[in-house]
Design a protein around this ligand. Sequence first.
Ligand SMILES: [Zn+2]
Length: 333
Amino acid sequence: MLSSFRKFTLPFALLLVMAVANSLVAQKLVAQKVLQPEPQQGEKLVPDGTGNSVLVPDNDSKQKVRGPNGINYHGGPVLQGNPVPIYLIWYGTWTNVTGSDTMATVNLVEHYVNSLGNTPYEKINSTYTDTTGSVSGNVTLGGAIFDTGSQGTGLNNTALSAIVTRSFSNGLPTDPNGVYLVLTSSNVSEQGFCSSFCGFHTHQTLNGTDIKWGFIGNPDRCPSGCEIQTTGPNSPQTGVGGADGLINVLTHEQEEAISDPDLNAWFDKRGEENADKCNFNFGATQKCSSGSLCSAAGDSAGALFNQSFGNNNWMIQQNWENANGGGCVQHFP
Ligand SMILES: [Zn+2]
């Protein structure tokens, strides 16, 4: 059983300190849509360090753009790269022969990231702009490395920072315009993973550079909390849904890391970023069947999918369209 996510009732000052000291934004578990009350005059909600949001005094001197699309601009940059490089750090043991901690998962996820750029799906993110330009909707696999366990199998956010820092001397560039994702195998724990979130993104100065990084655990550690189905369109066997589940969480985090990289660009009055507003909301789906692009296990299970590109079917959440009045959609335009 998963413990349900509980709202913090800490004193306001402590929350403010937490928000400033360690801001990160997490993807909540399946069916977990906890909405904040709307802020009163003189307050605003911002993403906090727990995957929820926190009320702080709204004393911005900048005039905020109150968009008509249900999500607001707060003055910070978006990632405008065309493409935005996504760097993957495969942490733990990814060389098992069965299950989802396998090279088959590694290859599938890297193929996904390389297929995602400029799809009508990823173009939804191009509806986000800053004062100098917009998100391109193009991404690419900027590089990938393995870290077989430099910080052990029980992680916290400090350990994750160390894993990202280590990647700079282990083959990845120090790139302020990219997104670094630490992907952990299912034997690795991370504080809060599976109990209050499935993944998160944040930013931090590492190597003297403002690095955007995120965490995504193999959701086969907690399928009921972080997977929409236990057999996905690309499952290697019945009941092994980790790769498809991981791809869904990765999709969520890269959308937010690109549209709100420093946690000061795009989120709504409740502190929810674009992908948060469509968390585990898939829209219309189809069923895998013989002759579809699904795996044999996906076919026989009748796994659901809602996207097809890169010669595969995928089951990925919708994203919030910052146009046409706003809404969770599967493609743009
Ligand atoms: Zn999120």
